[in-house]
Design a protein around this ligand. Sequence first.
Ligand code: BG6
Ligand code: MG
Length: 217
Amino acid sequence: MKKITACLFDLDGVLVDTAKYHFLAWKELADELGIEFTETHNELLKGVSRMDSLDIILNLGKLDLPQEKKNELAEKKNRVYLEYILKMGEDEILPGVKDFLTDLRNRNIGVALGSASKNAQLILERLNIEQLFDAIIDGTKVSKAKPDPEVFLKGAEALDVKPDECIVFEDAIAGLEAALNAGMRCVGVGDPETLHRANLVIPGFAGFHPADLLQRI
Ligand code: BG6
Ligand code: MG
């Protein structure tokens, strides 16, 4: 069993269920554009950057728009998304997450965020868990989207730990691949079938403790 010196966490879908807010905001935009956009389509956007998400939606509607217009639409979606985020309270942190992060810190295991979101800092503040992270790498600090390993390698660098001593927690396939591409082990959070390439899959953090992680991975 290899040593674990740090844990790196994706944000959306791992620490908090923001997918429902992304969906509502994208849905509003898609409706305006006359594009059919369902919760099933929304699955395609998990872990995908804001602009790539917009491209997926425009593709669904077979719409080809100039970059300037796309920037405008992405900004518009984000304004709607932020209205939901600003109403979000501390109680929206997913069950067991806060205890899990606190327990890691008590064991001197490094804790970092590795998220594609440019709103990550704000979301951590809303959940009041910013202080539980030793490093925060988000969409404002990376240039290559998952499955590129950049976000997690930067996390390891910020914590000054070796990638093969890091465990990544991810709910999306692109994120899981980014972790494996970084030479890290990955705990999938969600559906075992979708996340079958992960080293371990858990349904969530409720009832799951760092001691279980050390034994099972
Ligand atoms: C990811 C989400 O974490 O962040 C995606 O899974 C989202 O759905 C992406 O598109 C970018 O987020 P933001 O907040 O920068 O628009
Ligand atoms: Mg995610």
